[in-house]
Design a protein around this ligand. Structure first.
Ligand SMILES: *Cc1c(COP(=O)(O)O)cnc(C)c1O
Length: 479
């Protein structure tokens, strides 16, 4: 299986060659040259498999440059009850993504039982083990540089901690994250995890990352890499739980299901789209946004109008606060019949800050066959949904999941089970839970009191030169 760029100019690559990189050299995103298909017989066999075995079956269709026995080792190490322990009482942690039924035909798929209590762990933990394996094989090392406002950075750190030949430099805005988020990240004592709190905002952190990455000589010398949401292996890892959720919510492979996905960068739901393209019987993919509704606007109107960061709303489902959906290009590539020239033309407009409009084009007529529907949710909807789900089912959900539950209810199909992807645990968003329910969110026992643990963080000014100097020092002296 080779990987091609959505913009068509890059040479097709093997899986391990795109694993450590980000964008293709032509600025596009990598996708498999075709989607592997799942036969009825395979689907029947897969229904009975535990999570790691299912993941292996799926990955083997996409990865042909890691021996199957090595890949099995990686998958078995990744998807264990020990890595994903924080499930609801009464659920089986070895399910990895247990299903919680709110009422017949309406379910939550728990994706946030990993170390950082958000679904980013599902993919990032795999990435950590894949990186370690490939770097070891090649005798290489990498320094991951990232900026985070919370979820992604902590997921990356927990995935890479203690990994050989990997170091993480993670910038976060000083004093801008919740006490819980700070404790999650800064209490890590692993030598290879370097937390840098920047006196500034998240945008300042991101600017520093860009400045450092733009210094090609520095980037090459210190082997600077990233683990952002366009990484293909992250999308790949997320395909697995669509299959798992399907099997958990149905009795037979003649049934169809719908998935509702709280969306930001379009990574999660892109995996659902690929699962459907592989042959998983998905009747509907429900895309939910918050007040940042770029994607809802597209699926309703055909207009894709990325906003400037100044137009991005700061909301109570912050991990969906995006102005541009970085993985969306992957879907549009399929929508336009995998024509890279068309993608280049459309993204030339995106990059010029204009966006594009497919309404009235033949592509819009094709959109329904991809089974997407969409909707948006506001702060008031979020609070009301958290409250209703708590009162009706005694289940506490986080604000992102609430966005998806709200929009899912608007798109139910008769006789088709709805599976809402639960992307974070409520404890990460205590303020909103307080506002909705007037009580503190429940927190996994093992994480009680983490705010009191010793923290390890360097505080610095928003100065790319100083950050470079720190990277240089750590890389040369090892500390
Ligand atoms: C990242 C994230 C999302 C958005 O997922 P995308 O793959 O960017 O669409 C939704 N909810 C939570 C809690 C997240 O951390």
């Amino acid at each position: 299986m080779k990987y091609i760029s959505t913009r068509g100019h890059a040479t097709p690559q093997a899986f391990c060659d795109i694993l450590l990189g980000g964008l293709a050299p032509d600025g596009g995103l990598y996708l498999p040259e075709s989607y592997p298909q799942v036969s009825r017989a395979e689907l029947a066999e897969w229904r009975e498999l535990p999570y790691p075995a299912l993941a292996l079956k799926i990955f083997l269709k996409f990865i042909d440059d890691i021996p199957a026995c090595d890949l099995k080792g990686i998958v078995d190490r990744t998807y264990t009850a020990r890595t994903y322990p924080y499930c609801r009482p009464g659920r089986d942690a070895s399910d990895i993504t247990p299903l919680t039924t709110l009422e017949p035909g309406f379910h939550l798929l728990e994706l946030s039982n990993g170390p950082t209590l958000a679904f980013k762990d599902m993919a990032m933990q795999l990435l950590g083990n894949l990186f370690e394996y490939v770097l070891e094989k090649r005798g290489e090392a990498i320094n991951i540089l990232g900026a985070t406002s919370g979820d992604t950075g902590s997921a990356a750190e927990y995935a890479m901690r203690g990994k050989k030949n990997v170091r993480v430099f993670m910038l976060s805005p000083h004093g801008k994250m919740s006490a819980f988020q700070r404790a999650q990240m800064y209490s890590l004592q692993d030598e290879n995890i370097i937390n840098i709190a920047i006196r500034g905002m998240f945008d300042d952190c991101q600017d520093i990352v860009k400045q450092v990455a733009n210094d090609a000589a520095f980037k090459a010398k210190y082997k600077i890499g990233a683990v952002n949401s366009i990484n293909w292996a992250r999308v790949l890892a997320q395909i697995v739980y669509y299959f798992k959720g399907y099997f958990a919510a149905t009795q037979s492979n003649d049934e169809e299901v719908a998935f509702a996905v709280p969306s930001g960068n379009f990574g999660n739901i892109c995996a659902g789209h690929i699962a459907r393209m592989m042959g998983l019987p998905i009747a509907r993919l429900v895309l939910a946004t918050n007040e940042n509704d770029v994607l809802d606007e597209f699926f309703r109107s055909g207009r894709y109008r990325p906003r400037g960061s100044a137009e991005t709303h700061v909301t109570s489902s912050p991990s969906m606060d995006i102005s541009k959906a970085s993985n969306f290009e992957r879907f549009v590539f399929d929508l336009v019949g995998r024509d890279p020239a068309m993608v280049r033309q459309l993204w030339a407009k995106v990059d010029a800050g204009e966006g594009f409009d497919l309404s009235g084009t033949p592509f819009m007529a094709k959109l329904p066959q991809f089974r997407f529907v969409s909707g948006k949710s506001t702060h008031a909807d979020r609070l009301a949904t958290i409250r209703t789900v708590w009162e009706r089912y005694q289940v506490m959900i986080d604000p992102h999941t609430a966005d998806a539950v709200k929009v899912a209810r608007e798109h139910l199909l008769p006789e088709v089970p709805m599976i809402v992807l639960e992307t974070a645990q409520p404890v990460k968003f205590a303020e909103t839970i307080q506002e909705a329910l007037g009580r503190e969110p429940t927190r996994p026992k093992a994480l009680e009191g983490i705010e009191g643990l010793p923290q390890r963080v360097v505080v610095m000014d928003a100065d790319a030169g100083a950050v470079k100097a720190l990277i240089e020092k750590v890389c040369t002296t090892g500390r």
